[in-house]
Write a protein that binds this ligand. Structure first.
Ligand code: PLP
Length: 419
C-alpha cells in the first residue's frame, strides 16, 4: 500500500513552489487543470532533446524508437482503463473526443425523431456537440433530471423510466460533475443499470470521464461502456492530449473523424481504404510528445497514488473546507454537503453580495487560484438558480494548510467588500 503524503507529493510539482512574482502560490483550480510533476516536465524536455521524430513513417532508428514509445504509451493507457490497446485513440482532449463521436459516428446514424439522452449536469463539451447535431438532424435531446434536493440523479431509475427507449441512439453522460462532484447514486450501481438499459434498447453509451480519470478506477470492460472521453491535462499530463476509448465492436461502424496521412492502407486516384483502429482514427502527425508524456503521467500515478487513499484525502479536504465555509454567514455552498464531505473533490459556493469573479480576482492577489463563473455549465448554473459560483477543487498535492490559507484569505476578501 502506498502511503499518502500530500506534503511529500507536493515537492514533486515545481510550480507549487514558485515564489518569484507572489509571496505564495496556493493552487485550488484542479478541476480546470492539474499541475505537472517534474518527472513529466523533464520527460517532455528530454523527448525533444533525445527522441524527436515522426511516428509510423520513417524507417530510420529514431523513427522506429519514437513509434515504440508512442505505442507503449497507448498500451499503458489501455491498461489503466482495462481496455485493449487498439481501443485507445489519441485526441487533443475530452472536447475533441466527444466531437469525434458526434461527427464520425452519430451524425451518420441519427435520424429525424431519434433521441440523445444526456443529463442536466453536463459540461458544455458534452452538451453542445449533441445540441448542434440534434438541431441539424431534427432529432431530440432528452435530459435525466437533476434532483435539486439531493443534487444527484437518484429520482431516475433506468429500469422503470422510459426516458431511454427504442428511439434512443446515444446516452452521453457525465461521470462526475465539474460543479457538483459525484452525482450518481450508490457509486456505479445506477450507472451500470443505465448502461444495461441503453444496450437493451439498442443505444450506445458515452461517458465523459474528464473529472474522474485522475481519481477513480475506470474499468471500461466492467462498465461495458461504448465510448469514454478524457483529457491528459486533468491527470498531471500535458495539455493537447486526450483519449477517446472506442469499444472494439464499434470499430466497423465508427468512421474516421479526419482523413489524411498515416491512417490509410491504400489510396488511388478515385478510392481509398483505411488501416485498422487505432490508426484509422489518427490522421496526420499526432501529438507525439504529449501522448508519451501522458504515459509518463500514468507511470507517476501508478507508482505513487492509491486511488482509495486519494479519495479519502480529497474528501477530508472538502470536509475541512466545508466546516470552515459554514462558519461564514455570507457563504452558501452549492451541492450535497454530506456527499461532498465523504466523496467530494471540489466545492462550489456563492458569497452573498460579492460576484464570484470579484472573489476569485481578490484571492488571486493574495496568491490563491480558484475558478469562478459558470464552469462551462451554463444551463446547469441556471438550473441551480445562480449566475456564477466560486469553485475550489483539490488534487493529490493539496493540504489542510492550503485550506486554512484559503479560508483566511476569503474572510479578508469578504471584510474588504463589506466596508
Ligand atoms: N467535461 C468535463 C466534466 C470537464 O470538467 C471538462 C473540463 O473542464 C471537459 C469536459 C472538457 O475538457 P477539455 O477542455 O480538456 O476538453
Amino acid at each position: 500500500m502506498k502511503n499518502f503524503d500530500a506534503e511529500k507529493l507536493k515537492k514533486d510539482f515545481p510550480i507549487l513552489h514558485k515564489k518569484s512574482d507572489l509571496y505564495r502560490f496556493i493552487y485550488l483550480d484542479n478541476a480546470a487543470t492539474t499541475q505537472k510533476p517534474k518527472f513529466v516536465i523533464d520527460f517532455i524536455k528530454n523527448f525533444y532533446e533525445r527522441y524527436n521524430a515522426n511516428v509510423y513513417r520513417s524507417i530510420h532508428d529514431l523513427g522506429e524508437e519514437v513509434t515504440t514509445l508512442y505505442e507503449d504509451a497507448r498500451a499503458k493507457i489501455a491498461k489503466f482503463i482495462n481496455a485493449d490497446t487498439q481501443e485507445v485513440i489519441f485526441t487533443s482532449g475530452t472536447t475533441e473526443s466527444i466531437n469525434f463521436v458526434a461527427d464520425a459516428w452519430l451524425a451518420e446514424n441519427l435520424k429525424k425523431d431519434n433521441e440523445i439522452v444526456i443529463t442536466q449536469a453536463e459540461h458544455h463539451a458534452n452538451f453542445l456537440p449533441w445540441l448542434r447535431l440534434a438541431q441539424k438532424k431534427d432529432s431530440k435531446i432528452k435530459f435525466i433530471d437533476l434532483n435539486l434536493d439531493t443534487f444527484s440523479f437518484n429520482n431516475f431509475d433506468p429500469d422503470t423510466s422510459d426516458l431511454i427507449n427504442e428511439n434512443t441512439k446515444l446516452v452521453a453522460i457525465i461521470h462526475s460533475s465539474n460543479v457538483l462532484g459525484d452525482i450518481w447514486d450508490k457509486q456505479e450501481q445506477q450507472l451500470k443499470k443505465l448502461i444495461e438499459k441503453a444496450h437493451k434498447v439498442g443505444a450506445k453509451v458515452l461517458l465523459d470521464c474528464a473529472q474522474t480519470i485522475s481519481r477513480k478506477k475506470i474499468d471500461v470492460k466492467d462498465l461495458d461502456v461504448d465510448f469514454i472521453a478524457f483529457s491528459g491535462h486533468k491527470m498531471i499530463g500535458p495539455t493537447g492530449i486526450g483519449v477517446l476509448f472506442i469499444k472494439k465492436e464499434m470499430h466497423e461502424v465508427v468512421e474516421p473523424y479526419r482523413v489524411g496521412g498515416s491512417m490509410v492502407s491504400f489510396v488511388a486516384w478515385n478510392s481509398a481504404s483505411w488501416r485498422k483502429a487505432p490508426n484509422k482514427y489518427e490522421a496526420g502527425t499526432p501529438p507525439i510528445a504529449q501522448a508519451i508524456g501522458l504515459g509518463k503521467a500514468i507511470d507517476y500515478l501508478n507508482q505513487y497514488i492509491d486511488f482509495g487513499q486519494l479519495k479519502i484525502h480529497e474528501a477530508k479536504l472538502c470536509s475541512y473546507l466545508i466546516d470552515g465555509l459554514q462558519k461564514i454567514k455570507e457563504v452558501k455552498i452549492i451541492g450535497n454537503i454530506e456527499r461532498l464531505k465523504t466523496e467530494g473533490h471540489l466545492v462550489c459556493f456563492v458569497v452573498d453580495g460579492i460576484h464570484a469573479h470579484d472573489v476569485s480576482a481578490f484571492l488571486s492577489k493574495d496568491g490563491i487560484s480558484v475558478r469562478s463563473g459558470n464552469h462551462c455549465a451554463q444551463p446547469l448554473t441556471e438550473l441551480l438558480g445562480i449566475d456564477s459560483s466560486v469553485r475550489v477543487s483539490f488534487y493529490l498535492y493539496n493540504t489542510m494548510r492550503d485550506v486554512d490559507i484559503f479560508l483566511e484569505s476569503l474572510e479578508k476578501v469578504i471584510n474588504f467588500f463589506k466596508k
